[in-house]
Every structure is written in C-alpha cells, then in structure tokens.
Design a protein around this ligand. Structure first.
Ligand code: ADP
Length: 158
C-alpha cells in the first residue's frame, strides 16, 4: 500500500527547514502533500496562492510531492486525500509541548490518523518563517534560509 502523509503548516514563507523535513519524510512516505492552511481571520505575509506557487517551484521535479491549500480540520483534509499520517517537525521542547496536544487530539477525533515527528537538522533548529519574515522586512539577505532550488526572486521585489 502506498503511504501518504500530509505536511500541514502556514509556510509563510516555506523555508530551508521545511524543505529538509519533506526530503527526510520521503524516506518514510511514498507521497507527501504539503498543505497550506488558510486562516480567514489572519492576513498572512504572503497570499496563500503565492506561498503555494513558491513551494511548487521547490518540488517541480519531484512527482511524489503535491502542494495544496486547505481550510478545514487537518484530519478531515487527510481523509479527503487518502493520507494516513500527518508529518510535523520538532525543533525544540517548545515545539514538542505545542505539537503533542494537537497530535493527541487529532488521533482521538480521527480514529487513528497518526502524527509522525521528525527532528529538524541542527543547522535549521533556530530557523522559523517568522524570523525570515522579520529579516525580509528589514531588507536583509535571507537566501541561506530558503530552499536552494526555489524561485524566490518574488521576495526581493516586495
Ligand atoms: P504552523 O503555523 O502550523 O506552525 P509552520 O509553517 O510554522 O506552521 O511550520 C510547519 C511545520 O514545520 C511545523 O511542524 C514546524 O514545527 C515545522 N518546522 C518549521 N520550521 C522548521 C525547521 N526549521 N526545521 C524543521 N521543522 C520546522
């Protein structure tokens, strides 16, 4: 059976840490859907369509990765898309505290969708989308924090 996972997040923007996590995840899963959560109450830094376009450029040569948006419960999105697992990353104990509760509830309400956690690479342990956003606002070079193959020129013209 093909093993499919959903990697949900805001990805505002998608970073080198997210990319490394997906690449590691492909060692475990046959297919990964990167699912950009749409929160109508929260205006993001990048529009959701732009986030999706940028992520697609990163994985344009990888047919095992799909990119979609969603605005329902993550477990419902998993079911609609035939995924049995949720993939999430852990950088530190604070991530664990936050993720643990969500994963437990997701398991209870979904009748068995399991969350698989992968540890971040040491070089990405301090990296977050919010740090990248802050640096962009102050015109700092963020290339080293972004996926190497993506088309991120867009940022530099914001
Ligand atoms: P959310 O808003 O749902 O936390 P993010 O886009 O910030 O979404 O992150 C999505 C997932 O990627 C989360 O599981 C987060 O822990 C993980 N993640 C974020 N940054 C990194 C990183 N540098 N290394 C590994 N995992 C990361």
């Amino acid at each position: 059976m093909q093993k499919k996972a959903v990697f949900p997040g805001s990805f505002d923007p998608f970073t080198a840490g997210h990319e490394a996590l997906v690449i590691k995840g492909l060692e475990i899963f046959d297919e990964i859907i990167i699912a950009v959560g749409v929160n109508s109450d929260k205006k993001g830094f990048l529009p959701v369509d732009k986030r999706i376009d940028l992520i697609k450029t990163v994985f344009k040569n990888n047919h095992r990765v799909q990119v979609k948006s969603y605005s329902c419960l993550t477990v419902d999105f998993c079911k609609e898309n035939g995924a049995t697992h949720i993939l999430r990353g852990l950088r530190n104990a604070a991530d664990f505290e936050y993720e643990n509760n969500i994963a437990q509830v997701n398991r209870l309400i979904s009748n068995g969708i399991e969350t698989v956690f992968l540890l971040s690479q040491p070089e990405h342990a301090a990296l977050s989308s919010s740090i990248v956003r802050e640096l962009i606002r102050y015109n700092k070079d963020v290339k080293m924090f972004l996926p190497s193959g993506g088309d991120f020129e867009y940022f530099f013209n914001l």
